[in-house]
Design a protein around this ligand. Sequence first.
Ligand code: PGA
Length: 253
Amino acid sequence: MKYVIGNWKMQLSEAASTELAKQVAARLVVPPAGVTVVVCPSFSALEAVHPVLVGKPIALAAQDVFWEEKGAYTGEVSPLTLKELGVEFCLVGHSERRQHLGETDEMVNKKVHALLGAGIHPVICVGETADERAAGKQDSVVITQVRSALAAVAPVGTQKILIAYEPRWAIGTGKAAAPADAAAMHSIIRETMYELLSEDYVNRQCAILYGGSVDATNVAGFLAAENVHGVLAGGAALKAEEFAKLVEVAGEK
Ligand code: PGA
């Protein structure tokens, strides 16, 4: 199974999100077999986008979640609310949240637990900064992020756990990682997942995606790399034509 996930970030109004969802759905009436397509509108557009995707082969995802189900948590969104809105996947620990909102590994772990509890598949984002890579620390940074995110996680049944390796320096910069470097990180992530979860579960229910300046011109290189089971795209996901191209390429791999 390959995944193509579009992260719309805070780029679109509700009306523009609905329009983009319609355009994507029109292009993916019959998406290639073996490809799971997911879009992540902002919270405020989830309710409007959901009906557009009903009956279509495109799953709805949120970009974040809070770890409690209910209570005095002003401004936060419960996993139960996301479930009610038709959300099937949810990003956790995106580097923009780690960078601008002070999201820690501990918070990411709580969110992963909350999502699994609500029956939503987490897409855990990890990745090193440019300075960390320059210092040769990328492996240890990413291993720590993965270990923390999956601490005490014991998935059951059909729950999926996706990890998106997104080097911070590649996000929104137009400077994607080299596929071979991404593959090397994915292999480390896979080994770390094996330590924490059963090998059988990881092989069956988990996927490791690459994200960071993925577009129609470079996606094939990533999807051909070992242990790269899909892509998480930001900028390229805002253009229906280009997003559909990512899906088409994923279907050929
Ligand atoms: P980008 O964003 O494709 O625009 O680099 C990816 C992401 O932030 O998930």
